[in-house]
Design a binder for this molecule. Structure first.
Ligand code: FAD
Length: 328
């Protein structure tokens, strides 16, 4: 009897699935990771509502409303949500979850997502499910663990699922002229900012962004200096690639730390990844091993990077790369 009742309740819950997706605003634009999070949310059967918050949220919302699969955009036009301040955005999402009776809340596994979603999960008394790479059902998700060396399938019994999405594992949802989600203003909520945004120092580059680049050229400790790292930029520019680096190269000050690829850096999955003078530590592989084609250039034929490389070149980077650049 009891089983039947809970079975019915569960069926009812399934029927009422609905998702909120947090869209990080950047001025009047938005972080494109939301497009991948929307695709993840669409794996479930319920409607997908995008939450757009910030001082220019009304402008951003117009673009978000055109994304395929979004049925409604909730607009919280208020400067308290700018710069993805975690406390205010978490409070907003909690209020919207209650208002919409949302069963799932998704965000990209980005700096903002990783900052806001654990707070939201705590407010909702749920356990966050982080960095998912697949949706197997409304309560079951797949995520890498141990720096990507094992894959865990996790099933949650929490009524509200708070989920961050590995953006490279889901294709980006696309905007279309025919799509036109409804727009609705968010109710005013009491959102107390506990933190204050002061400023950001962003490295400006004309090269493709690491996260979205189709090709990435990365340099490791072997480049020996900031001067030596220039060879990585030269090859990248020759083939229109984004530039990445190992942590050893970043820690040694050869390049900016925004270039770090790996477990504690950016996760990338380009069509082509060229690792130059990088040994292939598991923490580096965690950030790039999903790349479609991996090329390794290393003077040590036994370097672990060759185990996952599709193409390998054993040689000194200071002679092979100039030759490669010349031939391209
Ligand atoms: P090395 O391991 O020193 O390798 C240099 C390679 O260059 C060697 O294989 C060598 O044969 C080759 N080489 C030398 N000279 C030449 C030459 N002239 N031409 C061609 N090849 C040459 N690392 C990351 O990259 N990303 C992370 O996010 C990250 N997170 C970490 C998190 C934790 C908690 C920890 C403990 C470590 C993390 N690391 C990370 C560090 C990681 O363990 C490695 O130390 C680092 O990736 C090594 O960088 P590397 O391959 O450039 O240097």
């Amino acid at each position: 009897m009891c089983t039947t009742y809970s079975g019915r309740f569960y069926a009812m819950q399934r029927f009422n699935l609905s998702s909120l997706v947090f869209v990080e605003t950047k001025g009047s634009g938005f972080d494109e990771g939301a497009l991948n999070a929307i695709t993840a949310a669409r794996k479930l059967s319920g409607p997908v509502t995008a939450v757009v918050a910030g001082s220019e949220a009304d402008v951003t919302a117009k673009a978000v409303a055109k994304i395929d699969g979004v049925s409604k955009v909730i607009i919280a036009k208020d400067a308290v949500y700018d710069h993805a301040l975690p406390e205010t955005n978490a409070s907003l999402l909690k209020a919207l979850q209650e208002k919409e009776s949302a069963t799932h809340i998704f965000a990209p596994h980005s700096a903002a997502g990783k900052n806001i979603m654990p707070r939201l999960a705590a407010l909702l008394d749920s356990q966050q499910i982080s960095d998912i790479i697949a949706v197997e059902g409304d309560d079951t998700f797949v995520r890498p663990v141990y720096a990507g060396n094992a894959i865990a399938t996790v099933k949650t019994s929490d009524p509200i699922k708070v989920v961050t999405v590995r953006t490279t594992s889901f294709p980006a949802a696309v905007a279309s002229d025919t799509a036109s989600a409804s727009e609705e203003a968010a109710p005013a909520i009491e959102a107390t900012p506990l933190s204050k945004w002061l400023k950001e120092d962003v490295t400006k580059s004309d090269r493709p962004d690491l996260a979205s680049a189709k090709r990435v050229v990365s340099g490791g400790r072997a480049v020996k200096s900031a001067e030596g790292f220039k060879i990585i930029y030269q090859l990248a520019d020759k083939i229109g690639a984004g530039v990445g680096a190992s942590r050893a190269a970043v820690d040694a000050g050869y390049c900016d730390n925004s270039l770090q690829v790996g477990q504690t850096g950016r996760i990338v999955a380009p069509e082509l990844y060229i690792a130059i003078g990088i040994s292939g530590a598991i923490q580096h592989l965690a950030g790039m091993k999903e790349s479609k084609v991996i090329v390794a250039i290393n003077k040590d034929a036994d370097a672990p990077i060759f185990q996952i490389a599709d193409y390998g070149l054993v040689g000194d980077l200071f002679t092979t790369i100039p030759e490669l650049i010349e031939k391209i």
